[in-house]
Design a protein around this ligand. Structure first.
Ligand code: HEC
Length: 462
């Protein structure tokens, strides 16, 4: 077994290897503390103590200072705060950059950059980066990652986990000089002293490992390179289908030809008449789809809706004539539909819904002074937003509208006002229409109206 000798090759401590520290062994914890005190008093700064168990007073003896980690984390957190605010400002409030323009979205006239709205993101980014700074800062301050410590190669040092105590003087200390330091250690009561040399043997990564690493690096580059390569390509065949069953499922539209459960040569349809689906039982109505009643669901008299060719954006083009000034309208109902009883509770409900859905723009009194409208108008004045002022519901043109028309405005919107059909149930829309009518009956166009109103009783002394 001539080869076995190879593995027992002694650690190289030839003239090439540099002395990095002197390791002194002590027999009891007290001797270690005293020696550390002496070393600190002698002006050494770069030294450390090792013991099998925590030794009382050793921190002070070595002169360990408080960690600088908190300052490191604070600096990173402040940086993250600035970064997060900048990021949000850049993304939300700028679109001038030619390379990565931001998204300058105006939403309900809200400001593009507002500190309160940016706090959550800023907070999260600060927490995340502080956590990373703490974790990796601790590594950096501790000199990690370190795969091997040369101290571990000194046989005597192994007893540091058992029954001996060690003081290690680093050669990089300004006060260090090999002979004098060794003398001092002896004076301070060391029972054995060993030199710790730089490890010259395993400095290099084995060639095989290095090659594997380079290969892995190239392998990691492959996916992004592939994605980049195929991203601009066009294909005749469909792309990769991971779950073909879901991408190509058998699916039949109603009233189309049904599946063939026979063979191509001897076809046999699933249903005798060849259709994909049975006809519904006569008189069947789909759930929630019974909206036949035009008066209740659409606010106009049954059968008065303009036909497709009369309305819609292409009507005029199709007929080869100029577009009409005002598109044809159905005949709006001017009394509430049968299904609705207008009483105090109903109007109250309408008021409550109005205050949820309409006040933001039209204001509590309906004169169009809602907060959203005010803000949007002021932005529009400086050219920062496009906005059509909300109409006053006391406008004679609105006041004269039949209730069916108000219902239609709420349902489908009007010009720049959006539709509320999907948010507000039918009955509530009628309730709001009733409340709008009630508001209009008050005839108050502005608070000034009240002051000028000579016809009604004025409080005494006014
Ligand atoms: C986001 C703001 C906004 C909200 C919320 C809003 N409106 Fe409007 N509304 C407008 C604007 C703007 C106009 C004027 C549209 C135009 O003339 O171009 C308008 C017009 C109207 C008109 C007049 C339509 C016409 O025939 O000229 C009525 C009636 C009306 N709104 C009722 C309502 C009711 C009821 C609600 C609550 C369900 C409501 N609005 C919610 C902005 C709003």
């Amino acid at each position: 077994m001539a080869h076995s000798h190879k593995h027992e090759k002694p650690v190289e401590t030839g003239p090439k290897s540099r002395l990095i520290s002197l390791v002194a062994q002590f027999d009891d914890p007290h001797a270690l503390v005293v020696a550390c005190d002496r070393a600190r008093e002698a002006g050494y700064k770069q030294f450390d103590a090792y013991s099998p168990f925590p030794v009382h007073g050793i921190d002070d003896a070595i002169g360990i200072r408080r960690t600088r980690l908190p300052f490191f984390v604070l600096a990173v957190a402040l940086g993250a705060c600035v970064f997060a605010l900048f990021l949000q400002y850049y993304v939300n409030a700028t679109d001038e950059s030619p390379i990565f323009p931001g998204y300058k979205f105006f939403i309900s006239g809200k400001p593009l950059f507002s500190l309160p709205a940016n706090i959550p993101v800023t907070f999260e980014i600060i927490v995340l980066s502080s956590a990373f700074a703490t974790f990796f800062g601790m590594w950096i301050l501790n000199g990690l990652p370190r795969l091997a410590n040369p101290l571990q190669r000194i046989p005597m040092f192994r007893r540091a986990t058992n029954d001996k105590f060690f003081l290690v003087l680093e050669a990089k200390d300004d006060k260090f000089s090999e002979n004098r330091s060794r003398q001092q250690l002896e004076e301070w009561g060391a029972t054995a002293i060993e030199e710790c040399h730089e490890d010259l043997t395993d400095q290099k990564i084995p060639a095989g490992l290095r090659r594997a690493g380079i290969l892995l690096l190239f392998a990691l580059l492959l996916p992004p390179a592939l994605i980049y390569r195929v991203s601009g390509m066009t294909y005749r065949q469909p792309r990769l289908h991971v779950v073909p069953d879901m991408d190509w499922q058998d699916r039949y539209n109603p009233q189309t030809r049904g599946p063939n459960i026979g063979t191509p040569e001897r076809p046999r349809p699933l249903f005798a008449d060849g259709r994909a689906m049975r006809k519904p039982v006569p008189g069947t109505i789909a759930r929630g789809d019974l909206t036949e009643n035009d008066e209740y669901f659409r606010g106009y008299k049954t059968g008065t809706a303009p036909s497709e060719s009369q309305s819609g954006p292409y009507a005029a083009i199709q007929d080869g004539m100029a577009a009409p000034e005002t598109p044809p309208e159905p005949e709006w109902v001017d009394v509430f539909p049968e299904d609705i009883t207008v009483d105090a509770d109903f109007v109250k409900r309408g008021k409550q819904r109005f205050e949820i859905y309409c006040v933001a723009c039209h204001g509590y009194d309906g004169n169009g002074e809602g907060l959203v409208n005010q803000r949007a108008v002021s932005l529009a004045a400086t050219g920062d937003a496009a906005w059509t002022a909300a109409k006053s519901l006391h406008d004679p043109a609105v006041k004269s509208q039949p209730v069916g028309r108000i219902f239609d405005t709420i349902s489908n919107g009007r010009a720049t006002m959006g539709p509320y059909k999907d948010q507000i149930p039918v009955k509530d829309r009628w309730a709001i229409a009733a409340y709008v009518k009630a508001l209009q009956k008050t005839g108050i166009k502005s608070p000034a109206d009240l002051a000028n109103d000579q016809g009604t009783a004025t409080p005494a002394g006014n």
